[in-house]
Design a protein around this ligand. Structure first.
Ligand SMILES: [Zn+2]
Length: 405
């Protein structure tokens, strides 16, 4: 007897094609799928009727800054008035959120975190990475990482923690950059038991190539896997560094050149694109001082070169305030001109690669974890086409129904 039987789906979206029919789930895993394979049809504890519906793997959101306090919605009108992310950064930006987050207690951060995770789950996300990075001192970075630990215990979404002490230089170290780099390095032995990844914002708003390298090499020595925020607001050699250090992913990549694309491919680094940031910061709109007019072409070149391309929300209070992977998929089509198959794989299996979990999650296959979402639409293309609305019907996490509309 199955624990759950998803019955009569119009589309079961696999990594490399579409099936129709049923999915049998037992002990948290996918046991069978398709028309002819699930023979124990009538025997299941829970039967989910998926007639005229589409089943996808749960979305994997491989890049978020979910733990923070305060809101920066007041910045949005500055953005629509034409101010750039860099100019807003000088007036507050990340450091405003740092100020608010330092003031907040763990309870407040947990409460807000759970609320955000609920929204994610309701939009079909079953695995999410969360970075620290709004503490920027030992006490507050630990507070954020502890918050993430509590969220892991309390919420059904699988949470992968990342240490991003090197998010930006805090106010008190503006005149002593090396002092802050040293502080981040000194935190690594302390946080290494709490996180899986170390990340650095390698950018003119964050850390230089050399500073980033110093921090990531220290993290690597302590057994952490690596991620890099690379080439977001300009060319800063972050993608090159990702390839040199064999990082698991390099994220953003708006200003990447073909040379680094090739280096990343050689080093098997996943390219994580964040089209929600492009949308939210109006970066493709003429008149924006930071207009990134060649971005869609760049994305196409990455795909044509065979780079593994993932997408993520980058959920954060400044450059992309959405918890919805569907919103990101919509933006990937409209702004980066990715096709539906590229987009769905980018939001699932390729994002699982970006978290080193492609053997367990990110696709519908026998033996894999039963992290599945039934969407109330007949075909997967409708998810990209029908923008601005949530079509999630049922979310199954580790073989259990955790959300039903
Ligand atoms: Zn980020």
């Amino acid at each position: 007897m199955f624990d759950i039987l998803i019955k009569n789906a119009n589309e079961i979206v696999k990594e490399d094609g579409i099936l129709q029919g049923d999915i049998g789930i037992r002990n948290g895993r996918i046991e069978c799928m398709g028309n002819s394979f699930c023979k124990e049809l009538s025997h299941a504890q829970t039967v989910i009727d998926a007639t005229n519906k589409t089943v996808l793997p749960g979305f994997v959101d491989c890049h978020t800054h979910l733990v923070y306090a305060g809101s920066r919605h007041f910045e949005y009108e500055l953005k629509t008035a034409g101010e750039t992310y860099s100019s807003i950064h000088k007036k507050g930006g990340i450091l405003y959120t740092v100020e608010q987050t330092r003031k907040a207690g763990i309870e407040e951060l947990v409460e807000k975190g759970l609320k955000d995770l609920d929204i994610m789950l309701q939009h079909g996300t079953t695995t999410a990475e969360i970075k620290s990075g709004y503490g920027l001192d030992e006490k507050n970075e630990l507070k954020i990482l502890y918050t993430i630990k509590v969220l892991q215990k309390l919420h059904p979404i699988t949470i992968i923690p990342t240490f991003l002490g090197a998010h930006t230089i805090p106010e008190e170290y503006k005149q002593n950059r090396q002092g802050y780099v040293n502080l981040v390095k000194s935190m690594i032995p302390e946080v290494k038991g709490m996180v899986e990844y170390c990340d650095v914002f390698c950018d003119k708003l964050g850390f230089t190539y050399e500073e980033s390298k110093e921090i990531l090499e220290e993290a690597s020595k302590h057994g952490l896997k690596l991620k890099i925020h690379a080439e977001q607001t300009g060319y800063n050699q972050g993608a090159k560094l990702a390839a040199e250090l064999k990082a698991v992913s390099a994220d953003h990549l708006d200003y990447i050149t073909e040379k680094e694309m090739e280096a990343m491919k050689q080093a098997d680094v996943t390219a994580v694109l964040l089209p929600g940031v492009t949308y939210h910061l109006t970066e493709l709109i003429p008149g924006n001082k930071n207009q990134k007019r060649f971005l869609p072409r760049k994305v196409r070149t990455m795909i044509e070169k065979g780079l593994r391309v993932a997408i993520a929300t980058d959920y954060n209070p400044g450059s992309c305030r959405t918890q919805s992977m569907k919103a990101i998929m919509e933006a990937a089509a409209r702004l980066y001109r990715m096709n539906n198959r590229e987009i769905i794989n980018a939001a699932t299996i390729n994002a699982a690669y970006a978290l080193n979990r492609a053997n367990e999650i990110g696709s519908i296959a026998v033996g894999k974890k039963a992290d599945l979402v039934v969407h109330d639409c007949e075909e997967h293309g409708i998810l990209v086409d029908n923008f601005g609305v949530n079509l999630v019907d049922t979310v199954i996490k580790d073989g259990e129904v955790v959300y039903q509309r």
